[in-house]
Design a protein around this ligand. Structure first.
Ligand code: ATP
Ligand code: ZN
Ligand code: MG
Length: 314
């Protein structure tokens, strides 16, 4: 989509804000008043559904077990996952009112007075899922040792990350599809290699410019910087990047993560031969892929290049 410059456009808007405004103007996304929280048009959802089927077609020979988790994870599992050590800035917890009549009166009075009323709420047993694969590891651990061939899962979940932004590609609530491989180091590394290739072939078929680069997660704080450097140096995370609002800083649309035995030892997942399971996941940012397509092919999907339409709607 060409970024149109309207005569009345306020000056000084970032390219991200311009694209976001254009998506609002053209009815692709709907503003909620909160950055990163948007409604989606039917056309946008049709693209997401079509891309979802495309991923399935590329992964179909691997016989994955599909699990649909809700967008919340049990708080005890979240606590054990170590997420608050690494990414406290992104987490979102679900709170609810659990008081009696008097507390309710206080809450209503605070609301009425425009004061902070959320102190009347308490943490529930649910935390918003930060990445589609987080609920999987404790689920797999319950099944005992892996079979010799390991396991492969196909997941999709809405995820929450508290990273409000004017960048339409950085949402607070978005969908992540993931394939997760659990097995020996060789099985898991082979899976990631396969998807690094497949991911590029698949995205190239959608007519978007792309590159793959080494990456790191936004580990929190000073200690986090070391973790991030180590992740890069050891090549544990790669991203497939597509320019959406910037050529210099393209957007991570797919990511390929090798966790080594981190989750296998944390959750106690043994391999068939008594070792510790290794894990890897490939994550597809559903909204990001859709936005990349709207950016490069325009906001009228009926006018997208025929070759691209054939891939999405064969
Ligand atoms: P970034 O570096 O841009 O923050 P990330 O490294 O945090 O991305 P992952 O944690 O690997 O991303 O998440 C898997 C996929 O989910 C990403 O490849 C991306 O496509 C998508 N994703 C991540 N964060 C967001 C977000 N805030 N909004 C929309 N999609 C996202
Ligand atoms: Zn994952
Ligand atoms: Mg991120």
């Amino acid at each position: 989509m060409n970024i149109h410059t309207r005569a009345d456009a306020p000056t000084g808007l970032s390219a991200q804000e311009e694209f976001l405004n254009e998506l609002f103007d053209k009815g692709v996304l709907f503003d909620s008043g909160v950055d990163g929280l948007y409604g989606r048009s039917g056309a946008f959802e049709d693209v997401i559904k079509a891309f979802d089927r495309l991923v399935t077609r590329h992964g179909k020979h691997d016989a994955a077990t599909s699990i649909h988790f809700p967008p919340g994870i049990a708080r005890p599992l979240f606590e054990k996952s170590g997420y608050m050590k690494s990414f406290p800035q992104l987490a979102g917890t679900v709170h609810s009112f659990m008081g009696g009549d008097a507390d309710h009166c206080t809450l209503l009075a605070e609301l009425e007075a425009g004061q902070d009323w959320t102190g009347q709420q308490q943490a529930t047993d649910i935390v918003l899922t930060p990445a589609a694969c987080y609920p999987l590891y404790p689920t797999v651990a319950k099944r005992g040792p892996l079979p010799p061939e390991g396991r492969l899962y196909d997941l999709q979940s809405y995820c929450f990350r508290h990273e409000p932004s004017k960048d339409p590609a950085r949402m607070q609530m978005f969908r992540m599809r993931e394939y997760v491989r659990i097995g020996s180091p060789e099985q898991v590394r082979a899976f990631r290699e396969t998807w690094l290739e497949r991911g590029q072939t698949m995205m190239a078929s959608l007519g978007v410019p792309l590159k793959v680069d080494v990456a790191n997660d936004p580990f929190f704080g000073r200690a986090g910087r070391m973790l991030a450097n180590n992740q890069r140096d050891t090549g544990l995370k790669f991203e497939l990047l597509i320019p959406v609002t910037s050529e210099e800083k393209p957007t991570a649309c797919l990511s390929f993560n090798y966790h080594q035995d981190h989750f296998g030892s944390l959750w106690n997942i043994p391999t068939a031969d008594g070792g510790v399971a290794h894990t890897a996941c490939v994550g597809f940012g559903m909204e990001r892929v859709a936005l990349a397509l709207f950016k490069h092919h325009g906001c009228e999907t009926a006018q997208w290049p025929e070759a691209v339409r054939q891939v999405l709607w064969p």
